[in-house]
Design a protein around this ligand. Structure first.
Ligand code: ADP
Ligand code: MG
Length: 250
């Protein structure tokens, strides 16, 4: 579903991604781990073109992400086609990014109603189902400021799901939460994974990554150190850099 070939990304002269190669299959739960500053967020943001990349290919469902293919030259895709691609890829960030002046239900309904122009009644029913799925039915009419961080993040997940994305991208969705609120968000993610959603998850929750991932990618300094099944990465990593990293964080 996602094909990444020789991906390079620069911020000015800073060479942040240095030739990433990976394929992520439909239905796969794919986690990304590695030290702070290794390029995990940048990698994730290149998948839906929140960041431009300068070299290599990112393909989603066979189509080049962010660029138009022309003979001998690469041109930026139009805003419409980039926006259309993004609706197919839900994203959940570390910060919750909810609209504070809208209720929980309105937050979840916003995308389908405004962007996808779906009928309100139909969207409302779906949004209420999603809120039930993340365990927040009783909070539908509340404003985000009345919710705990864990509840806000679950609304964030419901809001991303409301666009009926084909893949969900998570960038450290629990790292801003108080420890006692992490579990409820991970539980929602676990049930999504069990339900067959394709997921790319940047996380520092190692036991979670070990439990839910089909494969784990270890990154360091903008390169892939290794990609393997979680039993291998966490049990007997092939690369010393992975073992060193895990010794420091676990
Ligand atoms: P990680 O998510 O693994 O912590 P990031 O992808 O956020 O790493 O960052 C990788 C590197 O790129 C870091 O050196 C960071 O300082 C740099 N970086 C990230 N975002 C920007 C930006 N918008 N402009 C300039 N440098 C950035
Ligand atoms: Mg990051």
């Amino acid at each position: 579903m996602i094909e990444v070939r020789n991906l390079h990304k620069y911020y000015g002269t800073l060479h942040v991604l240095r030739g990433i190669d990976v394929d992520i299959a439909k239905g796969e739960v794919f986690s990304v781990i590695g030290p702070s500053g290794s390029g995990k967020s940048t990698f994730l943001r290149c998948l839906n073109f929140l960041e431009e990349y300068q070299e290599g290919d990112v393909r989603f469902d066979g189509r080049l992400v962010g660029y138009r293919e022309t003979v001998g030259k690469r041109l930026r895709a139009g805003a419409g086609s980039i926006a259309a691609l993004r609706t197919r890829m839900g994203m959940v960030f570390q910060s919750f990014n909810l609209f504070s002046h809208k209720t929980v239900l309105e937050n979840v309904m916003e995308g389908p109603v405004i962007v996808q122009k779906k009928p309100r009644g139909e969207v409302r029913t779906m949004a209420l189902d999603l809120l039930a799925q993340v365990g927040l039915s009783e909070k539908a009419e509340q404003y985000p400021s009345k919710l705990s961080g864990g509840q806000q993040q679950r609304v964030g997940i419901a809001r991303a799901l409301a666009m009926q994305p084909e893949v969900m991208l998570f960038d450290e969705p629990t790292s801003a939460l108080d420890p006692e609120l992490v579990g409820e968000v991970l539980d929602v993610m676990k049930s999504l994974a069990t339900g067959g959603m394709t997921m790319v998850i940047v996380t520092h929750e190692m036991s979670f990554a070990r439990e839910v991932s089909d494969r784990v990618m270890m990154m360091d300094e903008g390169v892939v150190v290794e990609i393997d099944r979680p039993e291998v990465i966490f049990g007997s990593p092939r690369q010393a850099r992975t073992a060193d990293f895990l010794r420091r964080v676990v």
